[in-house]
Ligand binder design. Structure first.
Ligand code: SF4
Ligand code: FES
Length: 290
């Protein structure tokens, strides 16, 4: 079992962190700066004793660690090992200051979305064996980096709350008269996929439109609105209210159907399809184009 930790490779890290935090280098990688292509499969690493991971590092609070860089770790490989397992091992065995979020370890909490080998993925859902080595692990692109793999999610949460993500029923009966609010099986089937969102932010991070328009609601928030707008238990008036939020200048019409969000969603939600359907609904309601 190897306990080796190689030297940091500062030449691969960006050189201009912002005062408030580093802009993720992954944004450049995603545009094809060649960093991902530099990786090469070293079969002996996966078939043998270790897997080589390159982890983005940045700590604005520690002098000498404020320059973004990558650290190399060689982690003992085990069958079934995930990206999250690998970074946890690196933290536990080599460098306790390595910082990242995780909780459930079963693709439910949405806290460990990383940029792995050039794609947004959940660390706990991504098998190391399915990746080319060395495995490059970075924070989500287009978000401010707080430390190492941790990004600031406040803006993402703000956009999610903009669409009023809670059930609204004008005719809610008095508490004593409350009955089960039943939904037809067909309607349940229609919104089933949209209800799977775990707020991981991968889709928002992958979206070129969101990267260039900070006010764009983004795929996750629009999907959340879809869940409620298509729920038959809400009234037509509420549905129209929701569509008016969605057809605002920075709403559904910003989407250019690039499908990047749909491609990275770990819960397989057809985000682009949902956005297109909401556009059609807005047209039917004679709402405006931008
Ligand atoms: S829609 Fe998918 S990618 Fe986007 S936040 Fe929800 S689960 Fe994550
Ligand atoms: S740790 Fe919860 S989704 Fe990965």
């Amino acid at each position: 079992m190897s306990t080796q930790q190689a030297e940091p490779e500062s030449q691969e890290a960006p050189k201009d962190p912002e005062m408030q935090g580093a802009e993720s280098p992954a944004a450049e990688t995603q545009e094809g700066d060649g960093a991902v292509d530099q990786t090469s499969t070293d079969a002996s690493e996966l078939d043998g004793e270790t897997v080589h991971i390159k982890v983005f590092r940045y700590d604005p609070e520690v002098e000498g660690k404020q320059e973004p860089r990558f650290d190399d770790f060689h982690v003992p490989f085990e069958k079934g090992m995930t990206v999250l397992d690998a970074v946890m091992y690196a933290r536990d065995e080599y460098d306790s200051s390595l910082t990242f979020r995780h909780s459930c370890r079963q693709a439910v909490c949405g806290s460990d979305a990383f940029f792995v080998n050039g794609k947004q993925r959940l660390g706990c859902k991504t098998q190391i064996a399915d990746l080319e080595a060395p495995v490059r692990i970075e924070p989500l692109p287009h978000q401010e980096v707080v430390k190492d793999l941790v990004v600031d999610m406040d803006h993402f949460y703000d956009q999610m709350h903009t669409v009023e993500p809670y059930f609204q029923d004008e005719d809610t009966p008095a508490v004593d008269d409350l009955e089960e609010q039943r939904q037809s099986p067909e309607n349940r089937e229609k919104i089933k996929m949209s209800s799977r969102c775990i707020w991981c932010g991968a889709c928002m991070s992958s979206c070129n439109i969101a990267a260039g328009d900070n006010e764009y609601l983004g795929p996750a928030a629009i999907n959340k609105a879809y869940k409620f707008a298509m729920d038959d238990r809400e009234s037509e008036e509420i549905k129209e209210h929701r569509l008016r939020i969605l057809e605002q200048e920075h709403g559904v019409w910003r989407c250019q159907t690039q499908f990047s969000c749909t491609e990275v969603c770990p819960k397989d939600i057809p985000l682009t399809e949902h956005i297109q359907e909401l556009k059609r609904e807005a047209v039917k309601k004679n709402l405006k184009f931008w």
